[in-house]
Write a protein that binds this ligand. Structure first.
Ligand code: NI
Length: 240
């Protein structure tokens, strides 16, 4: 499942993150690449132990934790601390690759299985050319280039690349999620069900607005049963 989360960062958070990371010294992006992806990776990356990287990461982490669409789409069990990259000048592309299945965080030695890959776009669309994230899936190639502050989540199993940036620079935050639900197809089913139940609940509520205030307004039995189905599927599939 490819999922766009619009405005994952507020404009203020976006400005803060940009200011923090652009003030720092950047390094060769191959520091976190695997042996295959290292051969095609050509970008810049912010060293993750820099204080500004930690501050920027904190802003992103707080924003994600309050985002219901992120939570329901990812069902996160653990998140690899967000990293930052830049595509600019001669360091401007990342060829076809698959992300490593397991990332081990250097500082904590904690392992994260990369069920979901995430890119949070940080540059204004008008400020650069190229830089599309191209994800191969069963429907063919998806070319993704979103507004600054928007996030895309895609299955960690996908072959993907970043097209060369031919003008300006593309700044982004990227990270991986180990989900409570390992399989993409199961996460998708749960996501669709959750979204539908939320919409049905809202319809139920709208239909009953004429009832007197203070009346006991239980949800319809259908919504209650569907909510039960959601939780029982999650119970069956979740690994926590
Ligand atoms: Ni990648």
């Amino acid at each position: 499942m490819l999922l766009r989360i619009p405005q994952a960062l507020t404009p203020e958070e976006l400005a803060q993150v940009r200011q923090l990371v652009l003030s720092a010294d950047w390094t060769d992006g191959r520091v976190t690449a695997g042996s295959q992806s290292g051969t095609v990776k050509n970008n810049l990356q912010l060293p993750e132990d820099l204080p500004v990287a930690q501050q920027a990461r904190h802003i992103v982490s707080v924003a994600l934790a309050r985002n219901p669409m992120f939570i329901t789409g990812a069902l996160p069990k653990s998140v690899y601390p967000p990293l930052f990259n830049r595509y600019v000048g001669q360091t401007n592309a990342f060829g076809m690759h698959v992300d490593n299945a397991v990332r081990t965080h250097a500082a904590t030695a904690k392992h994260v299985r990369t069920d979901i890959s995430c890119t949070l776009f940080l540059s204004d669309l008008a400020s650069y050319d190229g830089g599309e994230l191209v994800v191969q899936d069963t429907y063919g190639e998806q070319r993704i280039k979103f507004d600054a502050g928007d996030l895309v989540m895609y299955p960690g199993t996908s072959v993907h690349r970043v097209e060369p940036v031919t003008r300006g620079e593309r700044l982004a935050c990227f990270f991986w999620i180990e989900s409570m639900v390992r399989l993409d197809a199961q996460r998708r089913l749960l996501y669709d069900m959750d979204m539908s139940i939320t919409a049905l609940r809202q319809k139920d509520w709208d239909n009953r607005q004429g009832e007197p205030d203070g009346a006991n307004r239980p949800e319809s039995p259908e919504v209650v049963r569907l909510t039960g189905c959601y939780h029982n599927l999650l119970r069956m599939w979740a690994d926590v």
